[in-house]
Write a protein that binds this ligand. Structure first.
Ligand SMILES: Nc1ncnc2c1ncn2[C@@H]1O[C@H](COP(=O)(O)OP(=O)(O)OP(=O)(O)O)[C@@H](O)[C@H]1O
Ligand SMILES: [Mg+2]
Length: 285
């Protein structure tokens, strides 16, 4: 296995869903890379295909074309048993959009975080407890929450617990699929703050969000996905200061924290028209 280029490297990825006449192309020749210790934002509106790309990296949906390399290994040609081995090793962790999918509703948070360590075996009870406390601290999850069940946590706390659980396998890449509605601004800030420590640990992070404004502060690079295609990518600061694609301009312009001013109504209308997004009732008067 030779590891050259970024740890995660996706090139020309295509994903189709459905069969025959119902077949739809969801991902169109998409490419992106995430290096060790790098935080990359994957930004796009609902339905643009963000989770589909993440699921393709994990082998949960099949690529119909293109290449996905993880640590130099081409994963798109993996057999079932290679995938099972890949999942068991936990080199890449996916924190689901709905953290309740990563956490067992019947287990207290400490036991959910400990589960991957228990499955792997070889650690004494006291060592596991100590690891749980350490990973909870990494994501700034208060120790008092460890004895609660997932249903007794806020959305942001749940997601941090899911990240702590993901960290236990010492992954080299974490894909974090941000819940669109479950996180309020304050919880999002806490989740983001909990992640910056990963950078120094050399863990790569692909942070999926629909909101460029909320993640621009921590991402090194940003990839903008629009209708299944990567329309723009680059260092986040460059992309924010000089957005080129109309969709990116709309994203930046819709986040006053980034652009300083909001897009005026006419400019917004012009960009939406350029993207073919306009409803007739949306014409400026
Ligand atoms: N298993 C599937 N079978 C058929 N279509 C699917 C499947 N999964 C996703 N899709 C479709 O693919 C498109 C992209 O979905 P995806 O979940 O990747 O979007 P997303 O960018 O993650 O959106 P959101 O921000 O709402 O989570 C959508 O039109 C969705 O309906
Ligand atoms: Mg999604």
């Amino acid at each position: 296995m030779s590891e050259t280029g970024p740890f995660l490297s996706i090139e020309g990825l295509n994903v189709h869903f459905g069969r025959r006449r119902g077949k739809r192309q969801i991902i169109r020749s998409a490419g992106l890379g995430v290096d060790a210790g790098e935080i990359v934002g994957l930004i796009g509106e609902s339905g643009s295909g963000k989770s589909t790309i993440a699921r393709a990296v994990l082998g949960l949906v099949r690529a119909s074309g293109g290449s996905i390399r993880v640590g130099g290994e081409e994963v798109t040609t993996f057999s079932r048993s290679r995938w099972r081995d890949f999942w068991r090793r936990g080199v890449v962790q996916y924190v689901f959009q709905d953290p309740l999918r990563s956490l067992d509703a019947d287990l207290v948070i400490a036991d959910s975080i400990a589960e991957p360590l228990r499955i792997r075996g070889g650690l004494a009870r006291a060592e596991i407890d100590e690891a749980v406390r350490r990973f909870a601290a990494t994501v700034r999850l208060d120790e008092s929450l460890l004895s609660r069940h997932p249903g007794e946590l806020s959305g942001g706390q749940r997601q941090r617990a899911a990240i702590a659980r993901a960290l236990t396998t010492r992954p080299r890449l974490i894909i974090l699929d941000e819940p669109v509605s479950a996180l309020d601004a304050a919880s999002r800030v806490q989740v983001l703050a909990s992640l910056t420590g990963l950078r120094t640990a050399g863990v790569g992070l692909l942070y999926i969000s629909h909101d460029l404004g909320s993640v621009a502060g921590i991402t090194d690079r940003t990839v903008v996905l629009y209708q299944g295609s990567v329309v723009e990518h680059g260092p986040t600061a460059e992309l924010v200061n000089e957005p080129r694609h109309p969709y990116t301009r709309l994203l930046v312009g819709s986040a006053p924290t980034l652009s300083g001013t909001s897009l005026d109504r006419l400019e917004r209308h012009r960009l939406r028209a350029e993207l073919g997004l306009d409803a007739p009732s949306d014409r400026p008067g």
